[in-house]
Write a protein that binds this ligand. Structure first.
Ligand code: HEM
Length: 498
């Protein structure tokens, strides 16, 4: 047996290096040259294939959430939603039976900076989950915090531009960030969470997750309820103060990726309980906020967390690029029994994700193993860059009939699996704000409900950032924070003048 034929740890006997054409590579050390000092010759196919592929190793980074870590795992349903059978609220198959297992993939991330940026920065953390269900994929693209900065999708690119490095000198600048935030009063609730210790989770294992936007659950009768989704870590919650984060960052700026990967390698599988909050499907005029407003939390005393299952992450990716970088999640990816609410942010997001993925990964991104459903796929879609599987043929359909309807032998439409949910909506077409904005109420509640330590840290972090801002921006921020709670504004003002 030669060296290249000894079985490796995966049991593969042949370890011979080849190129992508399957040609064995017998010299991987020397390019082909005229004489030993060169010049090189152009017909050096192995070298050209190797170097040109290397030149193309990167795809565009995600425009947000570029830095991330992923893991595989599974979801186990409880079969119930709180004390009720899950079927009372939803016909989604993955939630029906106690003990039913659905494979999953999760990607955690930071938002603002690039692919190798420090994981210690104050930033929301992404919590994107893909359930490979028997009815196709369900993606729940969430964050660790339960709310967001803005409630209208047209503001998202501006929010991100303000947080990203300055386009001239390429540095993040608090003056730009707080310029935007101080002109965006609905962001005060998110600001209050983000600049508290909650803004730097100790690592991905010790943070919550939330779908943030409002969705719907639909049962077999077509009856819908509004729903918010949440992940509660069984490991508990841990945060870093700014000073602790700086200490970690001085030694290791990949600590969150390392923590997740190493815990799974050690067999300490992180686990989260999946919970929902539920409201009847109407406008709820009795509330002082709009249930579709993603800058608001649904108070848990009125809308308790109802457990529906648990997620366990038990396998690291084999290849970061193939599985984590090319993973594509989107808010439009729902299964039967789940639906969209009228939340306008949700609709804006739903357009944006698959649009960017067709650009970032390519039009056939759903054929990649990490994104492909683990169930039958049978479309009449074809072609586009890197198309390597014709769905209909793979599904055993007649390869000539790539259209529908057909009387010959084509694919046929599915039967509806329950009564459709048919909401009635009417209104004037226009550019309008929601009526119940209440931008300051929950921010003030949050400020008051923090412990002394959390409040002190919040004030310190805001003052440190605002000291780097123009006086009129400081003034606008103090004004908003005073509306949230007079003490909140006064303490920030005092910090700025000391
Ligand atoms: C209108 C508002 C929003 C828009 C237009 C938007 C758009 C985007 C885009 C374009 C990406 C990159 C996706 C990719 O390249 O695959 C992304 C990633 C992401 N977004 Fe949003 N986003 C919005 C709001 C939110 C909110 C409110 C949340 C939290 C619930 C969120 C969570 C995430 C996460 C977790 C990722 C990373 C997904 C991954 O790990 O691949 N986004 N978003």
């Amino acid at each position: 047996m030669t060296d290249t034929q000894k079985p490796d740890e995966l049991g593969n006997e042949d370890k011979t290096l080849t190129n992508r054409q399957g040609h064995p590579v017998s010299d991987n050390q020397n390019v082909r040259t005229v004489g030993d000092r060169g010049p090189t010759v152009l017909e050096n196919y192995n070298f050209l294939e190797k170097i040109t592929h290397f030149d193309r190793e990167r795809i565009p980074e995600r425009v947000v959430h570029a830095r991330g870590a992923g893991a595989h795992g599974y979801f186990e349903a409880y079969g119930t939603i709180g004390d009720e059978p899950a079927s009372k609220y939803t016909r989604a198959k993955l939630l029906q039976e106690k003990g039913k297992i659905t494979p999953m993939f999760v990607r955690f991330s930071t938002v603002t900076h690039g692919g190798h940026s420090p994981e210690t920065l104050r930033d929301p953390r992404g919590f994107a989950v893909k359930f490979y269900t028997e009815d196709g994929n369900w993606d729940l693209v969430g964050n660790n915090l339960k709310i967001f900065f803005v409630r209208d999708p047209i503001k998202f690119p501006d929010l991100i531009h303000a947080f990203k490095p300055d386009p001239v000198h390429n540095r993040q600048d608090p003056n730009r960030i707080f310029d935007f935030l101080s002109l965006t009063p609905e962001s005060m609730h998110m600001v209050t969470w983000l600049f508290s210790p909650w803004g730097i989770p100790a690592s991905y294992r010790f943070m919550e997750g939330s779908g943030v936007n409002t969705y719907k659950l639909v049962n077999a009768e077509g009856v819908a309820h509004l729903v918010k989704y949440h992940w509660v870590p069984k490991q508990g919650l841990k945060f870093l103060t700014q000073a602790q984060a700086e200490e970690v960052q001085a030694k290791n700026f990949n600590h969150a990726t390392a923590d997740l990967y190493d815990a799974i390698e050690r067999g300490e599988y992180p686990e989260w309980e999946f919970c929902v909050q539920i409201m009847s499907d109407d406008e709820h005029p009795e509330l002082d906020f709009d249930p579709l407003d993603d800058t608001k939390i649904w108070p848990v005393d009125q809308f308790p967390f109802l457990p529906v299952g648990r997620m366990v992450l038990d396998k690291n990716p084999v290849n970061y690029f193939a599985e984590v970088e090319q993973a594509a999640f989107g808010t439009g990816v729902l299964v039967d029994g789940l639906d969209f609410s009228d939340d306008k942010m949700l609709q804006g997001r739903t357009f944006s994700y698959s649009d960017t993925q067709r650009y970032r990964v390519g039009p056939n991104y759903l054929q990649l193993p990490i994104n492909k459903p683990k169930t039958r796929v049978a479309t009449n879609q074809q072609g586009g860059q890197m198309d390597f599987a014709v769905d209909a043929v793979e599904a055993g359909a007649n390869p000539h009939i790539n259209y529908e309807p057909s009387s010959i032998d084509g694919l046929k439409e599915a039967q509806p699996s329950g009564k459709p949910h048919t909401p009635h909506v009417e209104g004037i077409v226009g550019r309008q704000k929601i009526s119940r904005t209440n931008d300051y109420g929950q921010a003030g509640d949050r400020y008051r409900s923090f412990s002394d330590f959390e409040r002190d840290d919040l004030i310190l972090n805001l003052v440190t950032q605002l000291k780097q801002c123009n006086p009129e921006i400081q003034e606008r921020m103090v004004h908003h924070l005073t509306q949230c709670d007079p003490e909140y504004g006064a303490r920030v003002r005092e910090g700025l003048s000391s």
